[in-house]
Every structure is written in C-alpha cells, then in structure tokens.
Design a protein around this ligand. Structure first.
Ligand code: PRP
Length: 211
C-alpha cells in the first residue's frame, strides 16, 4: 500500500486537524514530539503528513505532491487551484470583510477611485469587479493590512476578521461582509479517483466526528 499524503497549513490549523484526525482513527504520534521537522509518518496506516505554509497547501494538492490538504477557505479562494473541496471542518472560523474607517462607508458606494489594500487580491477583485461591478484599485500587501487606511495608502481593506479586536483597536469597522471562512479538506482530482475507497473512508470517519 502506498502512503496517503496530507499537506497541512502549519500552526493552529494543523494542530486542530490532527486532534480531529486522531479522534477519527488517523493519528500520528511522531507529530506530537516537539521538533522542527516538517514530515511525519504513521507507518502502520501508511499515512504521511507534512506542514506547509498555508498559501502553498493548494499548490501541493493540485500537483499531487499531497493527496489531501487542510487549509482555510480564504486560501482556497485566493489561490484558485484545481481541487476538490470535500469537507468543511468548521474550525478556524472567521469572515472575509471589507473594513475601514466609518467615514469610508460613503466612498465605498460611489467612489470610482477607491483604493483597496489586501493580502487577498483575487478575493478582492472577485468581490469588487464581479460581484459589485465596481472599478477599484487593488493594492497587494503581505500583512498588517489594517495599517493601510490609517496611514493613507488606501480607503478600505479586504481582510479576515476573527474577533474584530484588530479592527477595533485601530479605529476601523466592518463595512461589508464578503463571505464566511473556515478550514476545509481538499483532495487532488486524480487521487480522488485512484484512492477513492481509502479517501472516502477517511472523509466519512472525519464527518462522523464532526457530528
Ligand atoms: C489576521 C488578519 C487580521 C487579524 C484578525 O492577521 O489579517 O489582521 O488576524 O483577527 P481579529 O479579528 O481576531 O483581530 P494575522 O494575525 O494573520 O497577521 P497579518 O495580518 O500580519 O498576516
């Protein structure tokens, strides 16, 4: 039997995923030891797990370097990879929103030279160009996006809101909701066909634990 390979977004998401997988009968003892290792196996069940940067998880799965991935819906929407999204795991839940100073609300509905700063240029363009049919300038940033409207780089941002405290502490508010976000399981298209029974069994076992 060959290894079934999993790409997990490193950090809290991977930890929650392994708790869930263990309860569903897919544990990995090696992963519990504190180390800087990136690849872990369960020899008995022929499972291989690796930790990747979240935005790279869809890439590993699309190319088949991993059969299965666990990553946030935000990353799936942004990366636009060719994958099967098979399961909503529920955790890591937050929302994608347009945010800014309260007085940007008016500009948001009429301004034609609105600047939008974001780590998610594809999600922002889908939302403004396709859904709202509004022309805006999208400015790609790599983090601490809340800075942009404060220092005058943009009028608004498109970003993840979890507790809302980052916005609040920086005098910003949610202006428009884009979509809910949570962790998803994704599967490589060829693996889904070639390992159908094994993968379906895993999905069912995990589903049962989700209730
Ligand atoms: C994320 C997001 C917000 C914050 C939202 O940032 O981009 O800044 O968390 O969480 P809250 O609503 O609970 O305050 P992250 O910590 O990933 O850092 P980054 O923006 O620098 O990438």
């Amino acid at each position: 039997m060959r290894y079934l390979t999993f790409a997990l977004a490193k950090g809290r998401l991977a930890e929650q995923t392994m708790e869930l997988f263990e309860s569903a009968g897919y544990p990995c003892e090696q992963m519990k030891e504190k180390s800087r290792k990136l690849i872990f196996v369960n020899e008995d069940l022929k499972l291989k797990f690796f930790l990747a940067k979240a935005s790279d998880v869809p890439t590993y799965v699309e190319y088949g370097a991993a059969d299965i991935g666990v990553v946030g819906k935000d990353t799936i929407l942004e990366e636009r990879r060719n994958l099967y999204e098979v399961l909503n795991l529920g955790f890591g839940s937050c929302r994608m929103a347009v945010a800014g100073p309260i007085d940007s609300k008016e500009k948001l509905n009429k301004s034609c030279n609105l600047r939008v700063a974001t780590k998610y240029p594809n999600i922002a363009s889908d939302y403004f160009y396709h859904k709202k049919k509004q022309t805006v300038e999208i400015i790609k940033l790599n983090g601490s996006v809340e800075l942009a409207p404060i220092v005058g780089l943009s009028e608004v941002i498109v970003d993840i809101v979890e507790t809302g405290s980052t916005l609040k502490e920086n005098g910003l508010v949610v202006l428009e909701e884009i979509c809910p976000i949570s962790a998803r399981m994704v599967v490589n298209r060829v693996s889904m066909k070639m390992q159908y029974e094994r993968i379906t069994k895993l999905i069912e076992a995990v589903k049962e634990k989700l209730g």
